[in-house]
Design a protein around this ligand. Structure first.
Ligand code: FAD
Ligand code: NAD
Length: 152
């Protein structure tokens, strides 16, 4: 099957957009991800799917924890930046939540410990046990057909 056809089909599934963050020895790393799923209520588990070539993959393996920030409709630029689509290096003013770096003003910030990691083809599925979360008002940034959308 053609890769482009697969991506076009997957792009028909409208999602929100998150930035995954982790920290090792005081160095923070962020990466945009829309492969995010709520998995279990008891215990509270979520899943993110990270490409094997992404720097984030090795970093989460080492740190054993990560944070997820669900972006709001004014944070398209953050999504593009943490997807490596904006070339100039920026000095990002990360927020802190439950001891982890997060994206400020996001709709949700949550912190997770790695509960399980499953290699699935060219990605690793990180199932995270949610250790804390906070919710803020706002509208979501959506991703559909390979483009950013606003819900309203
Ligand atoms: P890098 O390319 O190393 O980093 C991304 C950018 O963030 C770089 O410009 C880097 O300099 C900057 N950066 C990182 N940390 C900091 C910091 N502390 N301070 C300043 N700058 C920093 N890929 C997946 O594997 N799974 C997904 O679910 C997924 N969903 C995506 C959804 C969307 C809407 C988009 C646009 C892309 C998605 N991607 C996904 C692709 C992924 O975001 C990119 O391939 C990403 O560049 C790979 O991550 P990396 O860890 O190698 O990041
Ligand atoms: P696109 O048309 O590549 O993405 C549409 C949909 O295809 C995505 O929402 C995702 O569900 C799926 N997809 C895309 N690349 C994938 C991959 N490597 N593995 C698994 N599923 C994938 O949209 P775009 O705007 O061209 O994306 C920008 C960049 O971000 C591309 O390089 C794309 O590969 C990457 N991306 C990766 C993932 C992922 O790894 N899960 C998800 C979204 C975007």
């Amino acid at each position: 099957m053609d890769d482009r056809l697969f991506r076009t089909a997957m792009g028909k599934f409208a999602t929100g957009v998150t930035v995954i963050t982790t920290e090792i020895g005081g160095t923070v790393h962020g990466m945009t991800a829309n492969a995010f799923v709520s998995v279990s209520l008891d215990p509270k588990l979520v899943l993110v799917s990270i490409g094997e070539k992404a720097n984030m993959n090795q970093l989460i393996k080492e740190s054993g924890n990560f944070a997820i920030s669900v972006l709001n409709d004014k944070q398209e630029d953050m999504s593009a930046y943490f997807a490596g689509q904006i070339k100039e290096e920026r000095n990002i003013d990360f927020g802190r939540f439950n001891g982890m770096p997060v994206i400020k003003d996001a709709l949700v910030n949550m912190t997770c410990n790695v509960h399980n990691a499953v290699i699935a083809g060219d990605h690793t599925l990180y199932i995270g046990e949610v250790t804390d979360l906070m919710v803020q008002d706002g509208e979501p940034l959506a991703f559909f057909n390979g483009k950013y959308k606003k819900i309203i």
